[in-house]
Design a protein. Structure first.
Length: 219
């Protein structure tokens, strides 16, 4: 009962007023422009994401956070972004869109705790493991180990998503949703640091597999 009250209070929190208003008013124009289609890796990937989860995706442009909001449209996204965005005059706007600032050159315990607190409270947190926009002929950049550490610390599954943006205005935006990956179940709560980079590489291979699906399903 207490958990239900907490979830209800979170659902109608004033914290989400601007986010929900913009999302509601922009949904129809966004759908018309994107004409999105969703492809699911497996039957398990079709299930709605419940509770805390870390969503990872490729990062080709500044519009990617908007794409992810449509990819998993039924959840609010807490985006991890660079600290420098919170040092600009648009700081208030980034805060309203539930962004969590991190120092990408010095990722510290305070940032990790803020992110994991959101995850443990049942939020969906979205991150781009490449760490920056990477548009090298459609190739994915190397994945950083941060998402692995975050998912292990937060004890939440990782949901991989690949976004194939529009090459031309008449194209559709394609979202390929992967099956959730439970790192804690696979590797335990504290795998040795020597394995963390290997796990990040495994996630990179998963994202590459989703990319292949996106480009094989052309229309």
């Amino acid at each position: 009962m207490e958990q239900k009250r907490t979830n209800r209070a979170k659902l109608f929190s004033p914290r989400y007023l601007v986010y929900d208003f913009v999302k509601a008013t922009a949904s129809l124009p966004g759908l018309i422009w994107m004409r999105p289609r969703w492809i699911y890796e497996t039957e398990a990937a079709k299930k709605r994401i419940r509770g805390g989860a870390l969503l990872i995706a490729n990062h080709y442009g500044f519009f990617d956070p908007v794409y992810l909001m449509f990819a998993v449209w039924y959840r609010r996204h807490h985006f991890i972004c660079g600290q420098e965005f919170f040092e600009s005059k648009f700081r208030w706007l980034f805060k309203q869109f539930l962004c969590i600032p991190v120092d990408r050159k010095n990722f510290n315990f305070g940032s990790l705790r803020e992110i994991t607190d959101e995850l443990k409270s049942g939020s969906l947190v979205s991150i781009f493991p490449e760490g920056h926009i990477h548009d090298d002929g459609g190739n994915l950049g190397a994945f950083k180990s941060g998402p692995v550490l975050i998912a292990l610390q937060g004890k939440v599954p990782i949901v991989p998503v690949y976004v194939r943006p529009k090459a031309h205005f008449w194209n559709r935006v394609t979202f390929v949703i992967g099956e959730p990956i439970d790192l804690v179940k696979r590797y335990g709560k504290r795998p040795p640091m020597s394995e963390i980079d290997a796990i990040a590489e495994e996630l990179h291979r998963k994202e590459e597999a989703l990319k292949q699906i996106a480009y094989q399903k052309r229309r």
